[in-house]
Every structure is written in C-alpha cells, then in structure tokens.
Design a protein around this ligand. Structure first.
Ligand code: ZN
Length: 86
C-alpha cells in the first residue's frame, strides 16, 4: 500500500480491486482486476508504482486495431446529441 490516508480528504485508503477505462479513439477498453488504493470517503485512487506506466503501455499497444479487435467485446458506445428529442 502506498498511502494509508487520503491526501485530499484525510479518509482511510483501502486496497481494492478496481477497473480502469482507457479510451482508444472512439473505443473504450475496461481494464479489469487492477489493485489500487481507494479512499473510502472520496473515492480518490492511489496506484502502486508502475501501474500508471503499465496503463499507458496498454493504451499505446491498443492503438494497433488488430490487437484491439482480439479483445472480448462487452458493450457498445452510442452517440446522442444533448439537445436531441429523446
Ligand atoms: Zn479522500
């Protein structure tokens, strides 16, 4: 664990399994089973050393469409204009 208290609100930081969303052009990839510190009060996340670099590495790697297409599809992204009648 990197920190035990949140730098923003002073709340308790617990280690949890979380997921992170990475945007690749118009696609989103949910990276699962990531362990990080999460503030129980405000939700701020604290990543162990190396996690941010790994996430950026995954992001760069997935700019390759062939690699992206090999992943499981779990949902779709839709577009809606804010001022549209809905
Ligand atoms: Zn906090």
């Amino acid at each position: 664990m990197i920190v035990s208290r949140c730098a923003i609100c002073g709340g308790k930081v617990e280690e949890r399994e979380i997921s992170e969303e990475v945007k690749i052009r118009n696609d989103f990839v949910v990276i699962e089973n990531l362990r990080a510190g999460v503030c129980v009060e405000c939700g701020e996340r604290y990543y162990p050393p190396g996690v941010v670099d790994r996430l950026r590495g995954i992001e760069r790697s997935l700019m390759d469409r062939e690699k992206l297409k090999r992943l499981d599809v779990i949902g779709s992204t839709y577009r809606l204009r804010y001022d549209a009648t809905f």
